[in-house]
Ligand binder design. Structure first.
Ligand SMILES: *Cc1c(COP(=O)(O)O)cnc(C)c1O
Length: 367
């Protein structure tokens, strides 16, 4: 059939774009290895499921899904505004914080502009930058893991439109204090948009305090998500808090119904269930410390992490990955982040973590 070469057209438009590689799906691993059970520790999800209140809210709303959701997500934005003591107009919501990040970069950076992030930053910043036709500037970390804020400030030019910093960072797990962050912000031109991606905020809330009100910069954007501590990754809902005029600009770039009905009601219910989140964050911290102590004892701890994952470092990490997958454990390889010696392991439930450690111990003698 004669037609249009869609692939050639797409390839021309996405030259240099590399796809986001998620953790291997459980079904795929089971098929590949002929296993009946697997433990996925690759995407930093909450292993405890969503808040029961969020489940009830979604069940109630299920009979309403023949209607479009509120395209402005007014009730959710009001609740978030109240939660953060900001104005509703300062809240931007998206189909996961992923969409929020993409919208921000697409709104403020285009051809000829530069977006700055760390070399080992969340991969979505580089992808969104390329998709926007802007130039990404990846600044190496000082010690291989921690953001080098001085170097990032020096990298800012008059072409710089956006700076992205995940805090805590994924995949390195490092945390910057608000004092260091404010010193960095103070060095920037006022019109540079600085996205502080706090996807893992809940795991460090006691250390960071109220970053939304502590940090000051006209172009400051703090993004959060319901995908991690809140256990709603499958709903796809995230948000950012920023200057109201900045948010108004970004809203012109989003599609009208970008947060679906079930996601809106689930997020509102989850936000109300403070005790549930606190309990899961506390459990995760205990489990993370146990995992890190075990990895340390085995001599393979890749560094201290301030989120719901841990790092394993070994020169033969590719072998370890394969041998773990043979036993039904799915970690995340970090070669794509330029960290070929590392595996990232999400903190699962006590049973899942025990299964991971047992599998690791099983191969320890051979590696
Ligand atoms: C998981 C994660 C997100 C959240 O993505 P969602 O689209 O909200 O699920 C954002 N930033 C970082 C650094 C993450 O690790």
């Amino acid at each position: 059939m004669m037609g249009i070469d869609w692939m050639a057209r797409a390839v021309a438009q996405t030259a240099g774009l590399y796809p986001y590689v998620p953790g291997k799906p459980i079904e795929q691993l089971l098929r590949e290895k002929g296993l009946s059970h697997a433990v996925k520790l690759a995407s930093n999800e909450n292993p405890y499921g969503p808040s029961p209140k969020a489940i009830v809210a979604m069940q109630k709303a299920a009979s309403e899904v023949h209607r479009y959701p509120d395209g402005d997500a007014n009730a959710l934005k009001l609740k978030l505004a109240e939660f953060h003591t900001v104005k509703k107009e300062q809240v931007l919501v998206g189909n996961g914080s992923n969409e929020v990040l993409e919208l921000l970069i697409r709104s403020f950076a285009g051809s000829g502009d530069e977006v700055i992030y760390a070399q080992r930053a969340f991969i979505v910043y580089a992808l969104a930058t390329q998709a926007a036709g802007a130039t990404g500037i990846a600044v190496p970390e000082s010690d291989g893991l921690t953001h080098d804020l001085d170097a990032m400030a020096i990298a800012v030019t008059d072409k710089t439109k956006v700076v992205c910093i995940a805090n805590p960072n994924n995949p390195t797990g490092t945390l910057l204090g608000n004092d260091a962050m404010q010193l960095f912000l103070d060095q920037l031109p006022r019109n540079v948009v600085v996205i502080i991606d706090e996807a893992y905020y809940d795991f460090v809330a006691h250390q960071l305090g109220d970053s939304v009100h502590t940090l000051k910069h006209p172009g400051l954007v703090i993004s959060r998500t319901f995908s991690k501590a809140y256990g709603l990754a499958g709903c796809r809902v995230g948000y950012a808090v920023a200057d109201a005029e900045l948010v108004a600009v970004v809203n012109r770039f989003r599609e009208p119904f970008n947060v679906n009905l079930l996601a809106q009601v689930a997020a509102m219910a989850a936000l109300d269930d403070h005790d549930w989140v606190k309990d899961k964050v506390a459990k995760t911290a205990i489990e993370r410390d146990k995992l890190e102590a075990e990895l340390d004892a085995m001599g393979v701890l890749g560094g201290r992490c301030f989120a719901n994952f841990v790092l394993l470092r070994h020169s033969r990490s590719a072998d370890i990955l394969r041998r773990l997958e043979d036993q039904g454990i799915i970690p995340r390889p970090l070669a794509g982040y330029g960290m070929p010696e590392y595996l990232r392991i999400s903190v699962g439930s006590a049973e899942e973590n025990a299964a991971f450690l047992a599998a690791l111990n099983h191969i320890a003698g051979e590696i």
